[in-house]
Design a protein around this ligand. Structure first.
Ligand code: ARG
Length: 448
């Protein structure tokens, strides 16, 4: 048989990106060798030599001295080759009862378990920042929107807390990802298991897994854990993107609700007055890239026969890229949020728009016996009249209001006061300060 062409070797190599699995690979190999010695599959003295060779290699990687060699396809072969350079042909015994197919699956599981922890903490940190913000802005009103049209006044805290709960669901999803990542694939061999008298449970326990794959073919064919992580990340990024979109809108001159700290914006090279929300925009933009990684792996997997196929090497770059994106983005977003300031006068002016209280007027008429549909119609005509006259509701005298319905001639100023209107929405989960305080309490409890 001829050798594989060098260009093909380089094209098919995963070393440039799977380098980052080096520590997981060494950790997995040490557990494997310990088990082999324990089961008398290899001699304990030989196992010791292999393990100390692996530990030296770990130091080389840590100190940036490891001689990566692209003529060897991936990190697994690089480490084995290096081991053989160090301890001679004995290094070849490391791979007893193992294939790179179960090895790479193990490494990816180990890597992901660590990163899930890190991402989960960063996510929790962001949630905590949101709760602090909600406390800091207690009592601040903003117009709430539907269809991006002013709808009803709400507490800014209430609006921000909506993101807390979105992220809370994301953390729940991440727990699910951890569950399906917490299975140990080693021992599957290439696909069929092995005739060596191995102890898979021992390896799982040493490496801190809660369980093992019960089917060797599934163990090496499965990439659900990668797909689930990327699905979690896609939904999370969608949430972050919406948050960023709102910050971008709110910090524009058109809204003027908030100001972002200079540290999280950039200037324009041409227009001196500009303060661009680049970080928020790029967070929104990175969402596309994370979706891309999810779709890439879904597409890679969809037509593959069992078990391992080289296509599956394509699982890594999108995964790593997404991990990097989340790990850098989440803390930055937390900092950016933590430093926003609100523009009280702009907000006051926006909330002063008493058309926002139209629902409350309609509710008032319902209490006087009208059906909600009729009330809606009456108040609709009243607002149309105000729009035509270019007047706020509170500028109309009782007699004019009474022409639309006698009950509107009554004293209704409380119904047109955004603070009172907000206070009145005290149903559970509503925007009244009392309800939001309850919500905050629950949120802190959920976070812990
Ligand atoms: N570099 C491969 C990957 O990342 C490792 C597994 C290779 N197995 C094989 N039989 N070629 O998927």
């Amino acid at each position: 048989m001829k050798d594989t062409a060098r260009a093909v070797l380089h094209f098919t190599a995963s070393l440039p990106f799977d380098k980052r699995l080096a520590f997981a690979d060494i950790k997995g190999s040490i557990a494997h060798v310990e088990m082999l010695a324990d089961r008398d599959i290899i001699d304990p003295h030989e196992a010791e030599q292999i393990i100390s060779g692996l530990k030296e290699i770990r130091e080389e990687v840590e100190q940036g001295r490891f001689p990566y060699d692209l003529d060897f396809e991936d990190i697994h072969m690089n480490i084995e080759k290096r081991l053989t350079e160090k301890i001679g042909p004995l290094g070849g015994k490391l791979h007893t009862g193992r294939s790179r197919n179960d090895q790479v699956a193990l490494d990816t599981h180990l890597y992901m378990k660590e990163e899930i922890e890190v991402v989960g903490q960063a996510l929790q940190q962001l949630q905590e920042t949101i709760l602090h913000l909600a406390e800091r802005f207690e009592g601040v009103l903003i117009p709430g929107y539907t269809h991006l049209q002013r709808a009803q006044p709400v507490l800014l805290s209430h609006h921000l807390l909506a993101y807390f709960w979105m992220l809370q669901r994301d953390r729940g999803r991440l727990e699910g990802v951890l569950k399906c990542t917490d299975l140990m694939p080693l021992g599957a061999g290439a696909l069929a298991g092995t005739g060596f008298d191995i102890d898979r449970l021992q390896v799982a326990e040493k490496l801190g897994f809660s369980g093992i794959y019960e089917n060797s073919i599934d163990a090496v064919s499965d990439r659900d854990y990668v797909i689930e992580f990327l699905s979690f990340a896609a939904v999370l990024m969608m949430h972050l993107s919406r948050l960023c979109e709102e910050l971008i809108n709110w910090s524009s001159a058109e809204f003027g609700f908030i100001e972002l700290d200079d540290a999280y914006t950039t200037g324009s090279s041409m227009m001196p007055q500009k303060k661009n929300p680049d970080l928020a925009e790029l967070a929104r933009g990175k969402t596309g890239r994370v979706y891309g990684s999810l779709f890439a792996i879904l597409t890679v997997m969809k037509g593959l026969p069992l078990a391992y196929n080289k296509d599956m090497q394509e699982d890594k770059e999108g995964l790593f890229d997404t991990v990097d994106t989340l790990k850098s983005l989440l803390p930055l977003l937390a900092e950016m949020l933590d430093t926003i300031t609100v523009n009280q006068s702009c907000l006051k002016e926006a909330v002063d728009d008493d058309y926002l209280c139209a629902t409350d007027l309609a509710d008032h008429l319902v209490k006087k016996g009208l059906s909600f549909r009729d009330a809606h119609h009456v108040v609709g005509s009243l607002i149309a009249y105000c729009r035509k006259e270019e007047k706020r509701l509170r500028e109309l005298d009782p007699e004019t209001r009474g022409r639309f319905h006698p009950a509107l001639a009554e004293e209704i100023s409380a119904l047109l006061d955004p603070v009172k209107v907000v206070e009145a929405r005290n149903s559970r989960g509503g925007t009244a300060p009392s309800a939001v305080r309850e919500q905050l309490k629950l949120a802190w409890k959920e976070l812990a």
